[in-house]
Design a protein around this ligand. Structure first.
Ligand code: HGY
Ligand code: MN
Ligand code: MN
Ligand code: MN
Length: 416
């Protein structure tokens, strides 16, 4: 007789969850213990194949939509009801870790495996989702699959998006066999929960196991191109130079200063830059670089945006260069549904786990899902708050606690 019927507490399996995480981490494993499984690469395809095989073994049916989002469904008693959904992503940063995104997908699978173990039939169906290209590192925009699902992006635009080598999303989906046929979005979702490592230092610092995520910072991404004039580094006198790199450094510095001036929630990062022609004795003629700014408050984020544009136009004049700013991703500061946030809080309480409210500095698919269905997130600590780094680490017991809270928060909704 299953423990659920004996009214014993139903517990997820920490060992099985952690083993699945370690098995997935073998795909795209890097020498420093991290993962490199860029979106829509063959390694991403292998990761998708492995996890969907586990989902099928757990009796789930798999549907893939036209942007490659994977929906694994566990039927309920009444399959007309909108699904209670959870999930995250398994694409990684180039020097990513084993847990960012993967924890959310495999915690969802662990909830299903646990329901199976205890012969628990839910009323509503449950779906575990692998969203396409959450990271936005190979293709922008960030959180591409969930953004398309909620109607933020047009299908054609997404399929025609190219990476720096000119490879199209549509072709790359086909190449890995995930050019699904199901329509993108346009269907009801009962509720969406996402479990994720915090990717920052707060939970560990406050010695809390569960982060009750009340909402997300807003984010704006840009590609900036500074164009000057290649000239010889020797004969060209300093005052007449149109040095694209020298001009770019002032804009880059101000991205950081802008965030510092909008403390404590301001964030500013220049993550990548390329210099052309990148030769020691040629004055750089062109520099392209990325900008990532974030803030918890919409007005402050707008002020940071306006300051970036003002800095670019003033440097354009003072350094006799041209500056082109292209915004490539945006989402506003996003609060999560208070009743759902409370469900996470109550689940942490009933599981006797320490918890605290927290705002996520990282973007997640949950941010887009919050625009179409009641949404909440569950955070667990990661070691030293480090993420987007191969040394990313999390304790098995914390990961299990997060999956247990996911189970306790999801189940009542799936039983309504
Ligand atoms: O950039 C982010 O916040 C997320 O990791 N895509
Ligand atoms: Mn993530
Ligand atoms: Mn990430
Ligand atoms: Mn994310």
């Amino acid at each position: 007789m299953s423990s659920a019927l004996l009214d014993l507490p139903v517990k997820i399996s920490s060992e099985r969850l952690y083993q699945s995480l370690m098995d997935l981490a073998k795909i795209g494993a890097t020498s420093k213990g991290g993962n490199c499984r860029l979106a829509l690469t063959p390694l991403d395809g292998q990761g998708r194949d492995l996890v969907t095989a586990w989902m099928r073994e757990a009796g789930m049916t798999i549907t893939v939509d036209q942007v490659g989002n994977i929906f694994a469904r566990r039927a309920g008693k009444d399959n007309e009801l909108p699904p209670i959904m959870t999930g995250s992503h398994i694409d990684t940063q180039p020097t990513g870790g084993k847990f960012d995104g993967c924890f959310g997908v495999l915690a969802g699978l662990e909830v299903v495996r646990t329901l199976n173990d205890h012969d628990i039939e839910t009323n509503a169906p449950i779906e575990v989702v692998i969203w396409t290209n959450e990271e936005g590192t190979r293709f922008v925009p960030v959180m591409m699959g969930s953004g398309a699902f909620v109607g933020k992006f047009k299908l054609e635009d997404i399929l025609n998006t190219t990476d720096k080598d000119g490879k199209r999303v549509g072709d790359e989906l086909k190449a890995i066999g995930y050019d699904g046929k199901a329509p993108v979005g346009g269907r009801a979702v009962g509720a969406y929960f996402e479990a994720h490592i915090e990717q920052g230092p707060i939970l560990e610092h406050e010695n809390k196991v569960i982060g009750v995520v009340t909402g997300s910072l807003g984010l704006r991404w840009y590609d900036v191109t500074v164009t000057g004039m290649e000239m010889h580094a020797g004969p060209t006198p300093m005052p007449i130079r149109q040095d694209a790199l020298y001009a770019a450094t002032f804009i880059m510095q101000d991205v950081i200063q802008n965030a510092l001036d909008h403390a404590p929630h301001g964030r500013g990062t220049v993550g990548s830059a390329t210099v052309h022609p990148s030769s020691r004795n040629v004055i750089p003629g062109k520099v392209t670089f990325t900008v990532d700014i974030r803030h918890e408050n919409a007005d402050q984020l707008r002020a940071m945006h306006e300051r970036l544009l003002a800095t670019c136009s003033s440097i354009e004049k003072s350094h006799n260069v041209t500056v082109r700013v292209e915004e490539v991703s945006y989402f506003p500061p996003t609060p999560f549904d208070p009743t759902m946030v409370n469900a996470v809080r109550e689940a942490a309480k009933s599981s006797d786990l320490s918890y605290m409210d927290i705002v996520t500095g990282a973007g997640h698919d949950a941010v887009y899902m919050a625009s179409v269905t009641p949404t909440a997130m569950i955070f667990v600590p990661c070691k030293d708050g480090v993420s987007h780094n191969e040394i990313e680490d999390a304790k098995p017991e914390d990961l299990a606690a997060g999956a247990q809270v996911l189970y306790e928060a999801m189940l009542p909704r799936a039983m309504l």
